[in-house]
Design a protein around this ligand. Structure first.
Ligand SMILES: Nc1ncnc2c1ncn2[C@@H]1O[C@H](COP(=O)(O)OP(=O)(O)OP(=O)(O)O)[C@@H](O)[C@H]1O
Length: 905
């Protein structure tokens, strides 16, 4: 039993010993592993320390410390091998970089200033260097073989953001100026434009470049108006983008390569901030500009402008006044910045570039420079496009088409509006034949600015494109209305044709109807605000018509060019936004107000004989400044007009000239000359105020009411109307077919009446002067007779007298003649000097027997009973009459009585 238990105990102890042994083994292995890990860690830590400090940069104490490390030998050995391998590879690094910069920054972009500074560049600007030198850097080791150039991309590659360190402004100016003069000296003059803005100052930004500020190569902006610069840049971006779209290209660079021409200059905008964030709106604008700029060849150099832009931006952060860290080289390498180029040499270089640019652009351009080499080569199917001026030697065009259908021109008196119109008309007329372009020209100004475009006494030539020339129409607003009516009718005619051909615009209509005559119509109305000068029917109708034409003219090729002196004209648009909005082309002459958008001040600073052209409804980014050549001096336009006249006059009729200052002469008037014997004779009372040269006539058919009353005391006009009525009728009867009976109760007019009688007799007619009107009226029998009664009012007292034994007075006979005469061919043309006397004459019979009348110096409200009770607006004025014919008129119209021979000049 004892043995058995001892044996058992032995077995247990043996098993425990085995377990203990196993545990010992495991613990020993763990301790060993830990020791090895600790040694590895110490080795790695040593390696890290050495790498962090750098083998060559360690102090002797440090070296000593490291060498005591048990793994020192091994670590130094391994690091030495790595370093050796690395430096074997890198020994080529600086040389490679030097070569790279040399290739991408050729000539002034990277070379030493002594090699190029002061010479004018030749690069045409189709391609550009990829890099521009700012300094150098030296790789570890410190020796010169490890130095390489540091250069940054600019222009359409990348923007550049520079951050200053304290007191480094002069250094930054040096960097920026170095870069700019490198760029300016690379390209031919005119290929680069520099825009400078500094939040802190207006004048002293990069002064060494100032010689360039007399050209377009350098512009400065107001410190408080960053928006002006950003607007301008945004405008360029939009324009370049739009041009690119037409070419199917997304960047200016692609377009340049595709077209193999520069197209637009490179632009560099330098923005000096102060480290503070911009106001939110500006920051937003800047971000927007920055993101579209590079594709438009616009590069920003921003100094201390904190902004996150989503475009390619390289950075340069100054450490002190000689050194910087650059995004091109990374944070491990310090850039040694190039020193500023010598001020005197930079000034001289800038001066030479400026002089070369001025020489290249030539002197101021003339009107002839606007003209093409060959006349009339362009098609107006899609649009009208013509240069009207120049900016820095480059032509600036006006486009009239779908996007800019109508134009508004403003500028104070003497600012050159009329001159601009001549430049525009000349440039257009020289490019488009009269088949492509028809002009309707109206000038409400007192004066004759367009008169030369119609045949005149001194010069028989005319502008063959002109269909209508209206001058001195300031008192004849109705003529403006007539033009608008004409345009509205033409609009309808074109719409109908378009509908018939199932097209929607002029270009398609011309294609669908190649035989049709569909020129683009441009109607120019100078001082158009006269149209709205009054709270009357003319204003109301003009507004309505203008709106209609403005809205629908675009697609039918009917365009309006409205010019006005400043505010007055534009005020006329208040409450009529439709017209204003449709005038997307705005032209502001110097000091013009309200023509451009509210916040767009470009016209304020525009120099003399310049204009700000804007195809974007006057929003600042659409501004294009242009010098307008002198087009209105003696003989300038006339020379072109003679060329055009020689070319086209045989094929195109002369324009209609309407001159409000001159009354027409009956004997020269086409409607009078064309009169022939007719079964329906018409009495011509005067000229209609209309686009066509029409006469206003009264049909004297044998029907009740066909009498004519001339109303008012203005003798010259009254005599004229009586005269032209009689003489025009005389032409429509064969001798003997009609009898004229003339009675004159106004002594002063007797000679004129006698003279008329003579003329009528000379034409072979019977013309009887009567003294005793009562007996003449009593004995009148049927058959064609024209009674010409001068001053019926003066005859009334004797007509009212009833002779002894007579049942009827002369007045009774007159009433009978007025009532029953027309039906039997007896028509009365009578002159009453007052409306009250006419009413007395008619008595209780009502006004029906006076079917037509021409009113002179009488008030409109007196005329209502004779115009079917409607309100008559009429401000009497010399040389004009208000005419109404019950059978043909809805409302009275203004007419111009003919000039009587003795009044003719
Ligand atoms: N670009 C120019 N170059 C030289 N002379 C010019 C130019 N523009 C206008 N002029 C001259 O200035 C004068 C006034 O110009 P213009 O008649 O065109 O001004 P306006 O604005 O139409 O003035 P207003 O409304 O009083 O008629 C004219 O004698 C004209 O010859």
């Amino acid at each position: 039993m004892a043995n058995k238990s001892a044996e058992q105990r032995n077995r247990v102890e043996t098993a425990l010993d085995r377990v203990r042994h196993q545990i010992g083994l495991v613990l020993g292995a763990a301790a060993g592993a830990r020791q090895a890990a600790e040694a590895e860690l110490a080795k790695l830590e040593l390696e890290r320390d050495i790498v962090r400090v750098g083998m060559n940069h360690a102090t002797p104490e440090q070296q000593n410390e490291w060498s005591k490390h048990p793994a020192a030998h091994e670590v130094f050995g391994a690091l030495g091998t790595v370093r050796g391998t690395f430096y074997t590879d890198w020994s080529q690094g600086p040389a490679t970089l030097r070569e790279l910069v040399g290739q991408n920054a050729p000539g002034p972009a990277g070379a030493k200033p002594g090699e190029w500074l002061g010479r004018v560049g030749h690069n045409a600007g189709i391609t550009s260097p990829g890099l521009w030198r700012v300094g150098s850097a030296t790789a570890a080791g410190g020796d010169a073989t490890r130095t390489f150039d540091v250069a940054v991309p600019l222009l359409d590659e990348s923007h550049l953001a520079i951050t200053s360190a304290p007191k480094t402004r002069p250094v930054i100016d040096g960097i920026v100026q170095n870069l700019l003069i490198r760029v300016l000296s690379t390209f031919e003059p005119g290929a680069v434009r520099v825009h400078l803005w500094d939040i802190g100052q207006l004048t002293a930004i990069l002064p060494d470049l100032y010689p360039l500020s007399r050209t377009s190569a350098l512009s400065l902006y107001d410190p408080g108006r960053l928006e002006d610069l950003l607007d301008e840049l945004a405008g360029h971006i939009r324009r370049i983008h739009a041009t690119g779209m037409q070419d199917g290209k997304t960047s200016l660079r692609e377009m340049r390569v595709h077209r193999q021409e520069r197209i637009e200059p490179f632009r560099i905008a330098v923005l000096y901030g102060n480290g503070e964030t911009l106001e939110p709106e500006r920051a937003r604008d800047l971000k927007r500009v920055a993101s579209g700029a590079l594709a438009a060849g616009i590069c920003l150099i921003m100094i201390d402008v904190p902004t996150a832009v989503s475009a390619s931006v390289e950075t340069l952060s100054l450490i002190d006044d000689r050194h910087a860290i650059s995004s091109m080289t990374g944070t491990d390498l310090v850039v040694d910045l190039d020193p500023p180029m010598p001020s005197g040499q930079v000034i001289r270089a800038a001066d030479r570039i400026a002089a070369a640019l001025i020489a290249k652009q030539g002197g101021p351009r003339s009107f002839d420079d606007l003209l093409p080499t060959e006349l009339g080569r362009e098609s107006s199917a899609r649009e009208l496009r013509a240069p009207v001026g120049f900016f820095e030697g480059e032509p600036v065009e006006v486009v009239i088409g779908d996007a800019s259908p109508h134009a508004l021109i403003g500028g104070p008196s003497g600012s050159g509006k009329t001159n601009f119109l001549y430049a525009l008309l000349g440039s257009l007329a020289a490019r488009y034949s009269p088949d492509e372009l028809a002009l309707y020209l109206l000038d409400f100004k007192e004066g004759v600015s367009f008169a030369g475009l119609a045949p005149g006494r001194k010069d028989a030539s005319w502008l063959p494109h002109a269909r209508l020339v209206g001058v001195n129409v300031n008192t004849d607003r109705e003529f403006g209305l007539a033009l608008l009516r004409f345009l509205a009718d033409e609009l309808r005619r074109r719409s109908a044709a378009a509908k018939e051909h199932e097209v929607t615009n002029l270009a398609d209509l011309r294609e669908a109807d190649p035989g049709g005559h569909w020129p683009r119509i441009v109607a120019v109305i100078d001082e158009f605000q006269y149209l709205f000068a009054g709270r009357d029917q003319v204003t109301a109708t003009a507004t309505q018509l203008l709106e209609d034409i403005a809205r629908r003219g675009r697609s039918q090729g009917i365009h309006m060019v409205l010019a006005s002196q400043d505010v007055a004209g534009i005020e006329a648009f208040w409450g009529k936004p439709a017209v204003f909005e449709q005038c997307t082309l705005r032209i502001a002459m110097p000091k013009a107000r309200r023509v451009l958008a509210e916040t767009n001040n470009a016209a304020v600073s525009a120099p003399k004989w310049h204009g700000v052209l804007n195809h974007d409804s006057g929003v600042a980014h659409g501004n294009q400044l242009a010098h307008i050549p002198d087009a209105s001096s003696k003989d300038v336009f006339v020379r072109l007009q003679h060329r055009l006249w020689d070319e086209y006059a045989a094929r195109f009729p002369r324009p209609r000239l309407f001159d409000g200052a001159h009354s027409p002469i009956l004997e020269q008037f086409p409607a009078y000359l064309d009169l022939k014997p007719s079964s329906r004779p018409r009495a011509l009372l005067g000229q209609s105020i209309d686009v066509t040269e029409a006469a206003c006539g009264v049909d004297l058919s044998w029907a009740p009411g066909r009498n004519i009353a001339v109303l008012g005391s203005a003798a010259a006009e009254a005599l004229s109307i009586m005269d032209s009525s009689a003489r025009s009728l005389a032409r429509q009867y064969e001798p003997g077919q009609v009898e004229f009976v003339l009675g004159c109760a106004i002594e002063a007019c007797a000679p004129a009446v006698l003279e008329l009688a003579e003329r009528l007799r000379a034409d072979g007619h019977t013309a009887t002067m009567v003294d005793d009107l009562t007996s003449t009226l009593e004995s009148l029998s049927g058959g064609a007779k024209i009674l010409l009664l001068y001053g019926v009012d003066a005859a009334l007292p004797s007509l009212e007298v009833k002779a002894v034994g007579q049942l009827k007075s002369g007045l009774d006979h007159l009433r009978t003649v007025l009532k029953q005469g027309p039906g039997h061919g007896i028509h009365t043309i009578g002159w009453w000097r007052s409306i009250a006397r006419l009413k007395d004459t008619l008595g209780f019979a009502g006004t029906d027997d006076i079917g037509t009348w021409a009113a002179l110096d009488v008030q409109g409200n007196e005329l209502a009973p004779f115009a079917a009770g409607q309100v008559v607006h009429w401000s009497p004025r010399p040389g004009r009459a208000l005419f109404f014919d019950r059978t043909t008129h809805g409302a009275p119209e203004v007419i111009i009585p003919f000039q009587r021979p003795e009044n003719a000049q």
